[in-house]
Design a protein around this ligand. Sequence first.
Ligand SMILES: NC(=O)c1ccc[n+]([C@@H]2O[C@H](COP(=O)([O-])OP(=O)(O)OC[C@H]3O[C@@H](n4cnc5c(N)ncnc54)[C@H](O)[C@@H]3O)[C@@H](O)[C@H]2O)c1
Length: 279
Amino acid sequence: VDNDGEKAEANALDMNHGLLFTPPVSINAGSYPDCKGSDLLVIAAGARRKPGETRLDLTARNARIVREILGELKPYIGTARLLVITNPVDVMTKVAVENSDLPVYRVLGSGTVLDSGRFCYELSRRCRVDPRSVHAYVIGEHGDSEVFLWSQVHIGGTPLESLCGDCEHSCTAGERSSLEEKVRASGYHIVEKKGYTNYGVSLAVSRIIGAILRDERSVLTVSTFMEGAYGLTGVCLSVPCIVGVRGVERIIETPLSERETENLKTSARIIASTAVSAG
Ligand SMILES: NC(=O)c1ccc[n+]([C@@H]2O[C@H](COP(=O)([O-])OP(=O)(O)OC[C@H]3O[C@@H](n4cnc5c(N)ncnc54)[C@H](O)[C@@H]3O)[C@@H](O)[C@H]2O)c1
């Protein structure tokens, strides 16, 4: 569903041309009534960042769009879960919580699932190991104030600190912050060079969708409405969550270092102040 109907039709046709190579699935350009009876609805419409623009700059514009879409969707939501991708995704997830009348566990944002993937990728290159053998999480805002959980990085079940002991690289604290910067800026770099990001985020979103529809109960850093976990309330942000058929099945309260706790609180404050500008 897109308010540019021709674009929706072209996308549907383009995707249908790939059907020989995937399990059978029905893809159509549709309208809101077609959403009736859905298990999962994904909101990805909205203005995107222009080069140099932060995700937060998009707030007011996209909050209007998300509210408008939810107004159209409301009669058809039924028992669906709602997954929000539109940026700034934490603020838009809260807009969706407030405008959908759904229980909060049924409304998720893609949050820092992609950022955690980027963190694992950079670590995998640095440590020369398959990214799938790296467990590392980015929490907080999907954006500049995101928090890297260095204290929880494990490779093949082994804490990073133990592995670093006998590694030729002997990474310094400075190298850690440049790796963080690389992850944080990677979206900006891609947008600067090609105007948008699509492949990484699509795979991350398809991972979340799979976890919900197949009730995988995967631990993913989706954006969720906080009701006291980590001492935070009234804001949507990413923390490790068990994601299954209900949506967010459970928030995992992982032990954080003092610095990580402080940074998470700062991130929550930044998102909350942006949410105010969303109106
Ligand atoms: N969360 C993430 O990790 C992540 C990653 C990439 C993009 N995004 C966000 O996703 C959003 C879309 O990005 P994109 O690159 O796909 O942009 P795009 O311009 O390619 O597509 C956005 C589409 O939304 C449609 N649209 C706009 N207003 C609408 C409305 N009221 N109703 C229905 N459709 C409407 C437009 O017609 C357009 O086709 C942006 O907010 C972007 O920042 C988020």
